[in-house]
Design a protein around this ligand. Structure first.
Ligand SMILES: *Cc1c(COP(=O)(O)O)cnc(C)c1O
Length: 358
């Protein structure tokens, strides 16, 4: 018996998307970003499925340790680096690489004796202004890392784009120029591009691309579709109808009587709600796919359920599937209705949603 609600993950789509990214960036290795539970697709599942990725990018040490515990031997990189001095011995023990983006991390590296040097990616703030050393700090930082025996040589180099998802925004080219100027003639690998960089700024692909959202078949650009770039959506979020009621014109539905029917219809109750990570602020009219047609959400999304207007001629039955997003209802489109980005929808699913690989 399949659980409800569930996120059905397509191995075929994940593998296809990785191959597509290799095709779009033929000279680059791929650091598959699987942080946040593989963008909600299942951390270990995704890593095992993408066993031909050149490495995996993570945001938390715990995520990297979960991959090692699951038998993943590939290169692992902490994109925000380590947070505590004690983490450094864990990195060495489990052969996990780290970004170094802040003075506090330099100080930790300078106040410990590691049994083996740790592989470091020095992060430059080329214009994102979130993490990284400024261009003015770069040379001194590089020298401090060079003279540190805890740091493996060569030092690798990275930066992150602020606006790569706006393909006409000139700031990406400027960030690239800043990074290239600082790192010119240095040894070590270079990585700049997230999904948007890899898709829209070919010159930023460098030694490694770091795609996250594109691996899952989703476009990084608001209002765009992954399918336009040859990507395949990897998640179908599925639940089922648990009740159908004949509903008269003038009757309201759900908490706060937020919506009132203008004409006679049938309402379907779908077993998914904000307790599963489906946003409560989904407005009236947000699309849901039932038996091959789009039906609108009516009334408020509640914790365990939401209500859809099935129409007067509906012959749907209790137990029929309802798809909240997936290959036939792009998550990008649902995100637009809700006023958020697809990244947030897929990563916010709660543990109550079973993640099932096909
Ligand atoms: C999350 C993350 C990525 C992946 O970003 P996408 O937009 O999902 O491709 C790449 N690099 C860093 C540093 C990140 O934090």
């Amino acid at each position: 018996m399949k659980p409800f609600p569930r996120a059905e993950i397509s191995r075929k789509a994940l593998k296809h998307n990785l191959a597509r990214l290799h095709e779009l960036a033929p000279s680059s290795k791929v650091m598959a970003v699987v942080k946040a539970n593989g963008y909600g697709h299942g951390l270990l599942n995704v890593a095992q499925c993408l066993d031909n990725a050149d490495g995996f990018g993570l945001a938390r040490l715990e995520e990297a340790l979960a991959l090692r515990a699951g038998g993943v031997t590939a290169k692992l990189l902490l994109l925000e680096g380590f947070f505590r001095i004690g983490d450094l011995t864990t990195l060495v023990e489990h052969d996990i690489e780290t970004v170094v983006h802040h003075e506090s991390q330099l100080e930790m590296l300078e106040s410990i004796n590691l049994t083996k040097p740790v592989t470091v990616w020095l992060k430059v703030d080329s214009g994102m202004h979130r993490l990284g050393f400024s261009p003015a700090q770069f040379d001194a930082t590089y020298q401090r890392l060079m003279s540190n025996d805890n740091v493996a040589k060569p030092i690798h180099l990275m930066t992150h784009f602020a606006c790569a998802d706006e393909p006409s925004n000139p700031s990406t080219a400027e960030q690239q120029r800043v990074f290239d100027t600082l790192t010119k003639d240095l040894p070590g690998d270079r990585t700049l591009a997230n999904s948007a960089g890899a898709l829209f700024w070919q010159q930023s692909q460098a030694d490694w691309i770091r795609p996250g959202i594109a691996l899952y078949g989703v476009s990084p650009v608001f209002g765009d579709l992954g399918a336009k770039h040859g990507l395949m959506p990897a998640m179908d979020l599925v639940s089922q109808l648990i009740a159908i009621r004949e509903h008269k014109a003038g009757e309201s539905a759900g908490y706060g009587s937020y919506w009132t029917a203008e004409k006679d219809t049938n309402l379907g109750v779908v077993a998914i709600g904000y307790g599963d990570g489906y946003p409560r602020n989904a407005p009236l009219g947000t699309p849901v796919l039932v038996n091959g047609r789009i039906v609108p959400i009516v009334g408020r999304v509640s914790m365990d359920m939401l209500t859809v207007d099935l129409g007067i001629d509906a012959n749907d039955k209790v137990g029929d599937l309802a798809v909240l997003w997936g290959k036939n209802l792009p998550v990008e489109e649902v995100a637009e209705h809700i006023g958020t980005i697809a990244y947030e929808l897929v990563t916010k699913l709660t543990p109550r949603v079973a993640v099932c690989l096909d």
